[in-house]
Write a protein of this length. Structure first.
Length: 570
């Protein structure tokens, strides 16, 4: 215990010295930490950690747009950005799938299962070389398999993804997109573990010794229904002309816990959820707060200790928030919430979040098949969306089989739905197939996007060690802009309190479908063993017996008993 206290004090002292040097050098670094806790309708509990670091970029001609001084901003990330000419970067580590029909939309942007990486990179250098170097560098930095994102898993979206920095609208911002290109990669089968969390925590000024990050217990975090860890690096324009820029690093951890699983009740506390409390705030943080989304007034509950109430937007029927300022706390914070009920009853009807999508395989056999994506528009108005799907090269899509239809409305033609389309054919062992479309979804409808494909016969050396398991195919991504009141996850209140959040991005959503498991024609890898076994058997029985007959010498041996005459008897 004494060693832990010394380590925590040493880290706090180092961060204080860095902050002082940053102020003396004229650079304005800032750090904020926030925690949102929101009870979900199905009895589960959402926890969203967000840490924001803001630093001013160099405005000199020699190093314009670069980081030349490091205070609170982690140097490991700054060197990666400078060396690879990265303007914007998004990296997520996710285990599980977000259940939109049960939990609504998440507070932060959704993420696909596995590891997802996409970045805007300046085109003043060899982008392909920088992209490969970037994936290898991040792989070593976060102890992940990002180095497996090669050319066969890298795509170049044209319609779907947009910059998410401050002062960027949903459509292209001309200034922010001049001379930059986008690269996207995804590893759906990548597992997330403590080895990824440890380097992620080292990027924080106070690490996990103080502040809200002290709650991030790996044993509890990875024993949840869903957890996602992300790093977002965004440029921030300080004026309309974007002459002064800052760089924002947003680190988030989102998890969905299930207190009902063990006790049958929704009661929870920070100690029961994370096996620890919040000892104190991070000394270098300008803002350190904890927010709890309060249930409806008709539900009877108790939340302790005492809290400050923040009223939500009445026009959107948003619920109130309990607010705790850690800087005003005089002792460790351990929130406790109890419900006046004997057991929890699950809701009978699922939520209708607005736009959801599901993806599944069709066809039969190991040679031919197909894929279908059903997109549900549960809004009363028509909705324009961007559809993105990156398909591996070993699934040969047939573009003439592409069919977009509205189920139950045969009168609506495909031309009325598809407003724009981009298709990139695959090159064997070089690049994947990319299908992007701008679709106009009718109100209260189900739109089906289906296409057929053939399965390629791979070389036996191209199969994985668990070849009979199959190959993971990434999800389809639906990008849309929905009314703010559709998101009932208190994201509006949480983002409105945080001054570093882009208010124009409140209505942007990304919906990820399920990942698929494609079974390809697989050779019988047991045949070499069978051949060896049969050969050894033949050699042992046939060749062994023949060799014995050839080298064995036969001699006639007389029986010694034949030389003696039998005794006569009387």
């Amino acid at each position: 215990m004494r060693y832990t206290r010394i380590s925590a004090s040493f880290i706090v002292l180092c961060t204080y010295i860095l902050t002082t040097e940053s102020k003396l050098s004229g650079r304005q670094d800032s750090f904020e930490e926030e925690l949102l806790i929101s009870p979900l309708d199905d009895g589960k509990l959402l926890t969203h950690f967000q840490f924001t670091t803001l630093v001013e970029l160099d405005s000199s001609k020699e190093k314009q747009g670069k980081l030349s001084h490091y205070g609170l901003f982690p140097k490991a990330i700054g060197q990666v950005i400078n060396h690879h000419n990265v303007q914007e970067l998004h990296l997520t580590f996710t285990q599980g799938r977000w259940q939109y029909e049960e939990w609504g939309y998440p507070v932060a942007q959704s993420a696909g299962t596995g590891v997802e990486l996409w970045a805007w990179m300046r085109a003043d250098a060899n982008i392909e070389t920088n992209w490969r170097s970037l994936t290898n560098t991040l792989s070593g930095l976060f102890c992940a398999s990002l180095n497996f994102i090669d050319d066969t898993l890298t795509s170049r979206p044209e319609l779907s993804f947009r910059p998410e920095g401050s002062n960027n609208s949903y459509y292209h911002n001309r200034h922010m997109n001049e001379g930059v290109e986008l690269r996207y990669g995804h590893l759906p089968h990548e597992n997330v573990c403590t080895e990824n969390l440890t380097p992620w925590l080292k990027l924080l000024p106070c690490k996990s010794k103080a502040g809200i990050a002290a709650l991030l217990n790996a044993h509890k975090l990875y024993d949840t229904n869903y957890h996602s860890m992300a790093i977002h690096i965004l440029p921030v324009c300080q004026d309309d002309a974007c002459t002064v820029q800052k760089l924002k690093l947003v680190q988030t951890v989102t998890s969905v816990l299930d207190p009902v699983r063990d006790t049958g009740r929704r009661d929870w506390s920070l100690t029961s959820l994370f096996d620890r409390d919040i000892p104190s705030y991070c000394p270098v943080s300008e803002r350190s707060s904890v927010m709890v989304r309060l249930p409806a007034q008709k539900e009877s509950f108790q939340l302790s200790p005492n809290y400050e109430v923040i009223t939500g937007k009445k026009q959107h029927n948003q619920k109130n928030m309990a607010y705790y300022d850690l800087k005003k706390a005089t002792e460790p914070l351990n929130l406790q919430m109890t419900w006046d009920e004997e057991s929890f009853l699950y809701p009978a009807e699922p939520l209708k979040p607005g736009i959801v999508a599901h993806k599944y395989l069709t066809g039969y056999g190991h040679e031919r098949g197909g894929v279908t994506v059903n997109i549900f528009n549960q809004l009363n108005d028509s909705q324009e969306i961007d559809y993105f799907d990156s398909v591996p090269w070993y699934l040969k899509l047939y573009l003439h089989t592409l069919k977009v239809s509205v189920l139950g409305h045969e009168s609506i033609s495909q031309k009325d739905i598809v407003k724009d389309m981009y298709y990139q054919p695959a090159i064997d062992r070089s690049r994947p197939q990319v299908l992007e479309m701008k679709l106009l979804l009718p109100p209260n409808s189900v739109t089906a996007v289906s296409i057929e494909f053939d399965k390629v016969f791979l070389k036996y050396t191209e199969h994985r060690p668990d070849a009979n398991r199959g190959f993971d195919v990434g999800p389809a991504i639906i990008s849309a802009v929905v009314p703010e009141h559709i998101n009932d996850m208190a994201a509006n209140e949480f983002n409105a309190i945080s001054k570093h959040t882009d208010m124009e991005a409140l209505s942007q959503i990304k919906v990820y479908t399920e990942i698929l498991l494609a079974s390809l024609p697989t050779p019988d890898f047991s045949m070499p063993y069978n051949v060896i076994t049969l050969t050894c058997t033949v050699i042992a029985l046939f060749f062994g017996s023949l060799f014995k007959l050839l080298i064995q010498k036969f001699e006639v041996v007389e029986d010694e008993g034949q030389d003696q005459q039998p005794e006569k008897t009387t």
